[in-house]
Structures are given as C-alpha cells and as structure tokens.
Design a protein around this ligand. Structure first.
Ligand code: PMP
Length: 428
C-alpha cells in the first residue's frame, strides 16, 4: 500500500482529534481515502510520511507564493525566535510590516494584525457595523470568510464540501442579520438593499471567489457593487485573504482598480505563519479600540515570529518587479496545457483562472456563481484527484477549492503535471 504510514498516523489522529484533522478541508471525506501526512516541504514539493514527493498545488491554501521553506522567511523566524517568542507588548517590527503593507495596498492608511483570516473578517464586519451603526450584512452564496457565526450562511469551501454551508450552532438571531446575494448578480444585491433600506452596514465579498473553485468577477460586477455601496452608505469589504499580495502587490483592488472601504488579509501576510489583518482608511480604522469604541483584541496579535515571517515575505514580493507576471505566465501555461489534453480526451470541463488562482470544473457550462459551481461532476473529480495523487500531484481534496500556483514551480514541473492530467483523463 502506498500510504501505509499516513494511514497509520490517521488512525492514531482520529482517536484524539475529531476526524483526525484540525481543519475539515484537510480530510478526504469528499474524495475518499485518508489524508496524507506531511513530513516536510521544500520549494514546490511536499514530502510525505511515506517518503513520496508530491508537487503541491495547494501551497498551504495560498500563502507559499515563493515556495515552501523559503529561505528568507525561515531565517527571519529562526533569528527572531532567539529574541523571545511573545511579549504582549509592542515591537518595532509591527510598525515596519504595517508601513510596508500600507504602501503596497491601495487606499489604506492603517492596518491591524490578527491571527487568522477568520479573525480578520469577523473584526472587519464588527468595525463596519460600529462605524455605520447598522446591523445587517450582505454576503454571497459560496463565498467563505472564515468560520465565525455571521459567515456560516451558505458558506463555500469546506463548509459546503462537508454538507454544512449553514452550520448548526449559529443562532437564528445571528443568521437573520446575514443577507445572501448571488455572486456576479448585481440585481440580487439591489433587491436586498431595497428591501432593507438604511439597515445594511456592509457588503463583504471575495473579489475573485476562491471557495467555490475559482470564479472571476464578471465585467462591471465589482464596479456595480462599489456604486451601490456609495449610493446607500454601505461599506464595501473585500476579503482578500486569498487574493491579497497574490494577484498583484495591491491584490484585487489593484488588479481591478476598485477601492474597497475595508480590506481583509490572511495567510500570505504571515508568510505561512498564523496571521491575518484588516485595513482601511484612517477615519474607519480610528473607530477601533483603544482610540475608538469598537472593541477588538488579541494576546498573540502582531506576534514577533509571525511579523518577522510576514515582513520577509512581503519584502520579497515588493522587491521582485516580475513576480506577478511570472506567476501569471506559469499559470497560463498550465491552463493551456490542461485545456489541450482534456479536450484531446473528450472531457467536458471549464477552467477558470485569474492570475495564479485556477480551477478545473467538470462541467462544460460557464461557472459564474455557487449554483453553477455545484453542477460539476463530483465522481469524475474524485477520479481526477486520486489519479493525480498516484502520479505525485497534490490538489485540494474537494471540487470546491482553487489551485494556488507557486513561483517555485518549474516549467518541467508544469509539463509533468500536464502529462499526468493527460494520463489520468484518458482513463475517465
Ligand atoms: N476568507 C477567505 C477568502 C478564505 O479563503 C479563508 C480561508 N480559506 C478565510 C477567510 C479564513 O481564513 P482562516 O482559515 O485563516 O481563518
């Protein structure tokens, strides 16, 4: 058996950890089999407990843009750890990374660091509610903004993979303040705004959806949301946990030239350590404690190890003028290759891609929202996933996830992947 050691480790893990995993998206429930346990990773590759090498297309769900164990990040963490791992007091490092982030991202004056994307989005809506003195928010079906109560309403990613887009445990009282619109459908947003005049604090969106596979915003959609927000005193929140510092230095805001009111970050901004952040113009951010009335806090927020890793990561992205072009070119190459071989093998599919975010949906019709994302052929996806795994390629174990391309991938790795897709799809 190929995965003997991983299987053993999973049996042990299941005894003491629910489902054997600390985050459901790691489970193989949707595709069958047991999760693969990682021993270590370098560059574009994972090395598992059974001593197999896998080309990694998850990359810690986004952050390893420059590859695993990226030397400047590792060095920064090691040298910083020797100075103490947490103080619960300010450090100069926090101001340094905040200054860099504020310079890289359009239209933000201040940023606050937290420990995860969940915390960033949760805090952002509290801030929006406090600032506007309104209770309701609009989110889009299939978008995922972390696992805080207000967002587990038609959530994407793991929540939908495991059949709980509306989780038990979220009270009816909380759920009633989250209104649901359809992605790429401005009319659905307008209808909600008109039915709840003067009550909506914010619209939160993944500017490029990544949690129902990759779904790009259609032309005019983000602009339309901006106008609706302006006309109705609503704050527009871009959840850039996946897109921030990945699609461009300034994320989706820069790519689409749309200014959000509040921007949320995660993952990437910590270079692989547990970090999230949210940012806005000064007037909004000064609503936060200790200057303003909206309370938000964290013992480990701005943790020195996480800040050191994040600073090394952001500096590398900021200083490399070609990085986003290179990522785009590599992902376009992969897209063209997969497109060609799937067509050759008469597979029905749609590939969606924005920069280095890409997904293969097994449905020939355009995938533009949660409903169309759900039409994909799941049995075929399972075959695809396990076929690729056998060939040494690791994609997310769910049809609702996006592939994240790392700059550490060589063109040989991409060719190897395309060949593997060809081989696997021949046997569909
Ligand atoms: N927002 C988006 C867009 C995400 O993709 C995720 C995580 N996949 C989150 C928020 C939550 O981040 P975290 O898992 O760090 O809490």
């Amino acid at each position: 058996m190929i995965y003997q050691r991983s299987n053993q480790l999973f049996v042990e893990a299941e005894k003491v950890i629910p489902g054997g995993v600390n985050s459901p998206v790691r489970a193989f429930k949707a595709v069958g089999g047991t999760p693969i346990f990682v021993k270590y990773a370098r560059g574009a590759y994972l090395y598992d407990e059974d001593d197999r090498r896998l080309i990694d297309y998850i990359n810690s769900w986004g952050p390893m843009i420059l590859g695993h164990a990226y030397e400047p990040v590792v060095e920064a963490v090691i040298s910083r750890a020797k100075l103490g791992t947490s103080f619960g007091m300010p450090t100069a490092l926090e101001t340094e990374i905040a200054t860099l982030a504020v310079n890289m991202v359009p239209g933000i004056d201040k940023i606050r660091f937290v420990n995860s994307g969940t915390e960033a989005c949760m805090s952002a809506i509290r801030l929006a509610r406090g600032f506007t003195n309104r209770d309701k928010i609009i989110k889009f079906a299939g978008c995922y903004h972390g696992h805080s109560d207000s967002f587990l309403i038609q959530a994407g990613s793991g929540a939908v993979t495991f059949g709980s887009p509306n989780s038990p445990g979220v009270t009816a009282g909380t759920a009633k303040d989250t209104l649901l619109a359809n992605y790429n459908d401005l009319e659905s947003v307008e209808t909600l705004i008109n039915a709840n005049k003067g009550e909506i604090a914010s619209i939160i969106i993944e500017p490029v959806a990544g949690n129902m596979g990759c779904i790009p915003p259609q032309e005019g959609f983000l602009e339309g949301l901006r106008t609706l927000c302006d006309d109705n005193g609503i704050l527009l929140i871009f959840d850039e946990v996946m897109t921030g510092f990945r699609l461009a230095k300034g994320g989706a805001q820069e790519l689409y030239n749309i200014q959000a009111d509040i921007v949320c970050f995660g993952k990437v901004i910590g270079g692989g350590l547990p970090v999230g952040a949210f940012a806005a113009r000064e007037e909004i951010m000064n609503y936060l404690a200790p200057v303003g009335p909206v309370y938000q806090a964290g013992t480990l927020s701005g943790n020195p190890l996480a800040m050191a890793a994040g600073l090394a990561m952001l500096k590398a992205l900021n200083e490399d003028e070609e990085i986003f072009k290179r990522l785009d070119a590599k992902t376009a190459y992969l897209e063209a290759g997969i497109d060609k071989v799937l067509k050759e093998n008469n597979v029905e599919f749609t590939i969606n891609r924005v920069g280095s975010m890409i997904s293969v949906h097994f449905d020939p019709e355009p995938v533009v929202d949660f409903k169309t994302a759900g039409k994909g052929d799941n049995p075929l996806f399972k075959k695809f996933f396990h076929g690729l795994l056998k060939e040494g390629i690791y994609i997310a174990p769910s049809a609702y996830e996006t592939w994240f391309i790392t700059d550490a991938l060589s063109y040989e790795d991409l060719d190897f992947t395309i060949e593997a897709v060809k081989k696997v799809s021949k046997s569909f």
